[in-house]
Design a protein around this ligand. Structure first.
Ligand SMILES: *Cc1c(COP(=O)(O)O)cnc(C)c1O
Length: 439
C-alpha cells in the first residue's frame, strides 16, 4: 500500500486529535512505520528525531528492547482482568514501588487509563473526602492561570487554555484561577522566588476568603506544560503546601507531564521538599507504551472512605483500570530507572542539551527567556508571524527533527536516551528550522 493512499484513507476515516482537519489540505500527515530509540521512521525511510517524546510520553526510546521483553512475557500470562474483585501481580508490585518512591507518604494507588481521568479522580476524591467528613460545602477548586489538567469536561473546570475550553464553557463548572508564578513575570530586581512569593500572596488572600467552600488547589509542579513550558520557582510549592495546610484545602500535584524524572527528580514536588495530598501520574509512567494513569494518595484520605456504607466508598471505575500489560510496561520502566541510575545520568544529559541549546540560541536576537528544568528546555521567539509554530514544525521535519512549538515557544522534551550525536542533530535541526520559520 503506498503511503499516499494511506494518507488519503487516514484523512477520510480518522479524525485526528488537537487538529483542525482542514489544515491537512496543505500540511501532509506523516505515516510512521517504525520506531527505534529516539527515532521515528516514516514510510519513505526518513528518520525523525522525536524531540518531544511523542507528546511527552516516551522516556527510553521507541521499541525499547527491555520494555518489549517485559510486555511479551506478560502477554503470555495475562492480558487483562477487571480490577474490581480481582487483583494481579503487576498492579500490586507497581503500587508498592510507587508508594516506596513517595517514602510511603502516598501509599494508595487508584488506576485509570489517561491523564484527564486521573485529574478527575483526584478532584472527585477530594470532594468526596470532604463530604465524608461532613463538609459537603467544600466542593470548589482553584488552579493557576495558564493551567492545563486535561480536556474532559471535568478536567476543563481546572484548565485555563481558552482554545480548549471556550467552545465548551456551557458544560463546565469553572473553578477559580489565581496568578501563575511564571518566572518570566519578574519585575526589575525580582528573583524567581520573589515572583513565587508575590503569586502565593494572592493565593493566600483567595484562600482566606474562600477556604470554606474550597476542596483543593491543583497545580502542575514547576512547569506548566501545555501553556508553553512556563517554569516557576519551587518556593511556590512550599508556600502553597503550607497555605493548603493552614486553610484545610487539599493540594493536588498533577505530575502527568513533569513526573517520572522529567524535571530532574522522580516527582517534581521533591525539588520543593514537599508532598501533596494527591499525585496524578500518566504519560511517562508506562514508558510511552500503553495508556495508563493513576492517582496516589495518603492514608488520611484513604481512611475517610473506608466504611461499612458502600456509598462512602470511592465507586469510580474504568473498564481498563489497572490493565496488566500497562502495569508491566510501567514496572519495566521503573526497572530501567533503577538499573541505569537514570536520574543521575539525566543530570549529565540535561547539562549537555542545555549547553548545546545555549550555544546556538543564547545570543539569538529573537530568542527570549531561554529556560530549563531538567529534561525540559524552552525559549520564546519574538515574532509576529501567526503561523510560526506550523512553519517551524514543517521546517524541522525537513531537517529530521520532530519539534512542535506551542505558539511562539519552542521547546525540547526528548526521550532520556540521546547520545551526543543525537543532541547535536536535534539542536542543529532546531537551528535550521528557526531560520526557515522566520524567513
Ligand atoms: C497531558 C496532560 C494531561 C492530560 O492527559 P491525557 O492523557 O492527555 O488526558 C493532564 N495534565 C497535564 C499536566 C498534562 O500534561
Amino acid at each position: 500500500m503506498s503511503s499516499n493512499t494511506l494518507l488519503d484513507r487516514s484523512l477520510k476515516a480518522v479524525w485526528h486529535p488537537c487538529t483542525q482537519m482542514k489544515q491537512h489540505e496543505t500540511l501532509p500527515l506523516i505515516p510512521i512505520v517504525r520506531g527505534e530509540g529516539p527515532w521515528l521512521i516514516d514510510a519513505d525511510g526518513r528518520r525523525l528525531l522525536d524531540g518531544i517524546s511523542s507528546w511527552w510520553v516516551n522516556l527510553f526510546g521507541h521499541c525499547n528492547p527491555r520494555i518489549n521483553a517485559a510486555l511479551r512475557d506478560q502477554l503470555e500470562r495475562l492480558e487483562h482482568v477487571m480490577l474490581a474483585g480481582f487483583t494481579h501481580e503487576p498492579v500490586v508490585e507497581l503500587s508498592e514501588r510507587l508508594a516506596t518512591l513517595t517514602g510511603q507518604r502516598l501509599g494508595h494507588a487508584f488506576y485509570a487509563s489517561d491523564g484527564a481521568s486521573a485529574t478527575e479522580i483526584a478532584l472527585k476524591m477530594s470532594v468526596h473526602y470532604w463530604r465524608n467528613l461532613g463538609r459537603p460545602e467544600k466542593s470548589r477548586f482553584v488552579s493557576l492561570s495558564g493551567s492545563y489538567h486535561g480536556e474532559t469536561v471535568g478536567a476543563l473546570a481546572v484548565t485555563d487554555v481558552a482554545i480548549f475550553r471556550d467552545a465548551y464553557a456551557p458544560l463546565v463548572r469553572a473553578g477559580s484561577l489565581v496568578p501563575t508564578p511564571d518566572s518570566r513575570l519578574a519585575q526589575d530586581g525580582e528573583s524567581p522566588a520573589d515572583v513565587a512569593r508575590r503569586a502565593a500572596a494572592v493565593l493566600e488572600a483567595y484562600l482566606a476568603d474562600h477556604h470554606r467552600d474550597t476542596a483543593a488547589l491543583i497545580v502542575e509542579p514547576l512547569v506548566q506544560g501545555a501553556s508553553g513550558m512556563v517554569m516557576y520557582d519551587p518556593e511556590y510549592l512550599r508556600l502553597a503546601r503550607s497555605l493548603c495546610d493552614c486553610y484545610e484545602v487539599h493540594l493536588i500535584a498533577d505530575e502527568i507531564a513533569v513526573g517520572c524524572g522529567r524535571t530532574g527528580t522522580f516527582f517534581a514536588c521533591e525539588q520543593a521538599g514537599i508532598w501533596p495530598d494527591f499525585i496524578c501520574l500518566s504519560k511517562g509512567i508506562s514508558g510511552g507504551y500503553l495508556p495508563l494513569s493513576l492517582v496516589l494518595t495518603t492514608d488520611t484520605i484513604y481512611a475517610a472512605f473506608y466504611d461499612d456504607a458502600t456509598s462512602r466508598g470511592f465507586l469510580h471505575s474504568h473498564s481498563y483500570t489497572g490493565n496488566p500489560l500497562a502495569c508491566r510496561a510501567a514496572l519495566a520502566t521503573l526497572d530501567i530507572f533503577e538499573q541505569d541510575n537514570v536520574l543521575a545520568a539525566n543530570r549529565g544529559l540535561a547539562q549537555r542539551i542545555g549547553d548545546a541549546v545555549r550555544e546556538k540560541f543564547g545570543d539569538h536576537p529573537m530568542v527570549r527567556h531561554l529556560r530549563q528544568r531538567g529534561m525540559i528546555l524552552a525559549f520564546d521567539v519574538a515574532t509576529e508571524r501567526p503561523d510560526f509554530a506550523r512553519r517551524f514544525f514543517a521546517a524541522g521535519l525537513e531537517h529530521g527533527v520532530l519539534l512542535r512549538p506551542i505558539g511562539n515557544t519552542v521547546y525540547f522534551m526528548p526521550p532520556y536516551v540521546l547520545d551526543d550525536l543525537q543532541v547535536r542533530h536535534l539542536v542543529d535541526g532546531a537551528t535550521a528550522a528557526l531560520v526557515k520559520a522566520l524567513a
